[in-house]
Design a protein around this ligand. Structure first.
Ligand code: SF4
Length: 727
């Protein structure tokens, strides 16, 4: 005890002292930092500029980075409280190795020796492909680039994927099929300059809140929101289309049918820049308003109105997120969205874009620089020229680059179940909350000989199962870059030292390479992340995602710039892809794709009468590992809930706040609080997916898009019982 306190003097005056902050006014003196460090938000892909307030080496405040072009001086509740995520009880501080069944603290040297030895032994016994790697959208781009080389050229496996397959893989696959390459064509500014904005399965108000200011600033738009729920974003709309679950593909085909039938298409654009119009016209013949109304549950009038508004718009914007992607029809639906943009020429101009709004802060970075669904720089696995070019830049034999992608995320899990993957390295993701049908995942993980989990947090449901836990530095503790949904590259800066013995993922990768004996070959002379960035600039040069003109100095000066950005480009310029009508396909033409609607895989029946929809809430981030440690966010939303329409509840004799169980063919979630609301239509229920304690993924389905391999999280058949009814 302090001596002043021991003799009864007031020693808390410092704690209670107030002072004046330039950003918030009169406040606690303890909230006044010594200095502010500019960086980029580490949660979602909006990519807001943020400043971390540092006092005596600790992060104590967050505020908007006023000069950043994305957020224009605003942050959402997660961004405003982000500094709380750094110094939390559940941070992973030391390497932990399982010995005699228990995770015990070991040195970094021992941890990495064991990891490399076990991975090598596994690969020697079962072949190189018996090692799988599951990464994330949370690292900086430089780390993705470094990791991709390490996995492919160091460990020699291409069974490498990221949790981005759980969120944006269908957007990637759809863009590749329609335009020949990944890469969202538009910019946020387009939401401000479009005269018609159509959002499909995109609840921006909860999931990308800062984007709403672009919509609010556009007074002349018509906002159309297609969503089975009356989400917060649907409440902002001029027209809400409460379509039946997973009928969006039929709606889009129906709109295309009307556009063609009433000549609301841009013939000139179609003739010059697309392929496949005649087939598409024939294919769409059956998608009459009558047929589409039947599938979607919407009136023919509202389908017509939507088509006419979009077709007659000077600049039409279509935005989408997980409502489209989380489906066995995700890729097909993305192609149908791209069809609408191509038929009308609503692409490559101000206000005109088919625009996927991504999930994680740097999902885009892994798509650009990673080794998962493409080779770095959006190069194609199956294109010899791309492989040869990359091998030449790296000075390695071309045969070391795979000619096809390895297993995607769900296929790695399936391979673990089938005992084909024997060792797994999971980086900055928590599948024991986020993966659908948890039972299958648990089975796969229990089959492994060795599981390494590298994460900033421990314990999590996933680290608790690990044989080895590697503690990683997180946002605020390391440097690099993120790319946001509009291809804008922002600097990420270190504000404080990593907790305990945690190390940046970049340093961990270099040290593993050292142990493997490939550091000098793969990373010659590298000591900092800027070394990785500079090599990445060369690798991306001349590609669609060209970073060659970007430097750390330029980012410090301008806050953030959009790629493609070659030497001498204007940092203030808004860039759009395909403005010249030249696409990344072999003939330069975009493809019009025929994509047929089919019902979602698990239809409700008398035993499982509800369609369960899952999603997010503004207060939490993905598996809640971080946000449950942020007092204000956790108090606002401390537990999961199940939304049900009051008419269904009346029929079942249930009331608001009842404790209920949600049961599917795969499992159940017990003790969920019931919320009765007209937000959710009769026959449907909704539950957020953030909560490990009541994990909705105990009941979701392991059905996947056949092309992107993204899970069908959004619809499965469940019944709802009062808790304890069958006890
Ligand atoms: S909108 Fe996204 S990027 Fe912006 S502050 Fe919120 S979580 Fe961070």
């Amino acid at each position: 005890m302090n001596w002043k306190r021991a003799i009864g003097l007031d020693n808390l005056s410092e704690e209670y002292a107030f002072a004046r902050s330039e950003s918030t006014g009169y406040t606690s003196a303890q909230k006044i930092p010594d200095h502010w460090v500019p960086t980029t938000c580490g949660y979602c892909s909006v990519g807001c500029g943020i400043e971390i307030g540092v006092k005596e080496g600790r992060a104590i405040a967050s505020r908007p980075f006023a000069m950043h072009p994305v957020n224009r001086g605003k942050l959402c509740p997660k961004g405003l409280s982000e500094h709380y995520t750094i110094d939390t009880e559940n941070r992973a501080k030391y390497p932990l190795l399982r010995k005699a069944g228990k995770l015990v603290r070991v040195s970094w040297d021992e941890a990495l020796d064991v990891m490399v030895e076990r991975f090598r032994a596994t690969q020697a016994k079962y072949g190189p492909e018996s090692l799988g790697v599951l990464s994330t959208g949370q690292l900086v781009t430089e780390e993705f680039y470094t990791l991709g080389k390490l996995v492919q050229l160091g460990f020699g496996t291409n069974n490498y994927d990221g949790n981005t397959t759980l969120c944006m893989a269908s957007a990637v696959s759809g863009y590749k099929i329609s335009f020949g390459s990944d890469g969202p064509p538009g910019a946020y500014e387009d939401m401000q300059s479009a005269d018609v904005v159509l959002l499909i399965g995109a609840n921006l108000a909860d999931n990308h809140p800062i984007l709403c200011q672009y919509l609010e600033a556009n007074r002349n738009k018509t906002l159309i929101v297609a969503d089975p729920r009356v989400s917060k974003t649907a409440m902002m709309a001029d027209i809400h289309l409460p379509l039946k679950p997973r009928s969006d593909l039929a709606l889009l085909n129906g709109i295309a049918h009307i556009l063609i039938r009433y000549n609301l298409i841009d013939r000139d654009y179609i003739d010059k820049h697309t392929a496949g119009f005649a087939e598409l016209e024939r294919f769409l013949d059956s998608y009459t308003p009558e047929y589409v109304a039947e599938i979607t549950g919407l009136s023919q009038e509202i389908i017509f109105k939507t088509a006419l508004l979009y077709g007659r718009a000077k600049a039409g914007f279509i935005g989408w997120t997980m409502g489209v992607n989380h489906s066995t029809l995700g890729t097909a639906t993305v192609n149908a969205i791209c069809n609408l943009a191509l038929l009308t020429g609503h692409i490559g101009r101000a206000g005109a874009s088919p625009f996927s709004i991504t999930g994680q802060c740097n999902a885009m970075g892994t798509r650009e620089a990673g080794f998962t669904s493409s080779l770095p720089g959006y190069r194609k696995f199956d294109k010899g020229k791309d492989r040869a070019e990359l091998a030449a830049i790296w000075g390695v034999d071309e045969s070391r680059l795979p000619a096809k992608r390895g297993l995607a995320y769900p296929d790695i899990v399936e391979a673990a179940v089938a005992k084909k993957i024997h060792a797994l390295w999971i980086i900055a993701t928590n599948p024991l909350v986020s993966y659908p049908n948890q039972d299958v995942l648990r089975h796969g993980l229990s089959n492994l000989d060795f599981l390494v989990v590298q994460d900033g947090y421990h314990p999590t449901p996933t680290t608790e199962l690990a044989d080895l836990v590697l503690p990683a530095a997180i946002w605020g503790e390391k440097e690099g870059t993120y790319t946001n949904s509009e291809r804008r590259v922002s600097k990420v800066n270190k504000a404080v030292e990593p907790v305990g013995e945690a190390r940046s993922d970049f340093n961990i990768f270099l040290e593993i390479a050292e142990k493997l004996g490939c550091r000098n070959e793969l990373y010659p002379g590298w000591t900092t992340v800027e070394d990785a960035f500079n090599e990445w600039r060369r690798v991306s040069q001349g590609r669609l995602c060209d970073y060659s003109g970007i430097s750390y100095g330029l980012l410090a000066e301008h806050g953030a710039v959009q790629w493609p950005f070659s030497e001498g480009a204007d940092p203030k310029c808004t860039s759009r892809l395909y403005s010249d009508g030249e696409f990344q396909t072999s003939d330069g033409r975009a493809k019009l794709v025929c994509t047929d609607w089919v019902p979602f895989p698990e239809q409700p029946n008398s035993s499982y009468p509800f369609v369960l929809n899952t999603g997010r809430t503004v207060e939490h981030w993905h598996t809640r590992t971080k946000t449950k440690e942020v007092p204000i966010l956790e108090r606002l939303s401390p537990r999961a809930w199940l939304e049900m329409n009051p008419r269904d509840a009346k029929r079942l004799g249930m009331r608001s706040h009842d404790s209920v169980d949600v049961v599917s063919r795969r499992g159940s979630v017990r003790g969920v609080e019931l919320r009765l609301t007209e937000i959710t239509a009769p026959g449907q229920v909704f539950m957020p997916f953030h909560f490990a304690e009541t994990n909705v993924n105990e009941v979701t389905q392991d059905a996947f898009d056949p092309i992107s391999r993204e899970p069908n999280y959004k619809q499965c058949a469940v019944r709802v019982e009062r808790s304890g009814a069958n006890a």
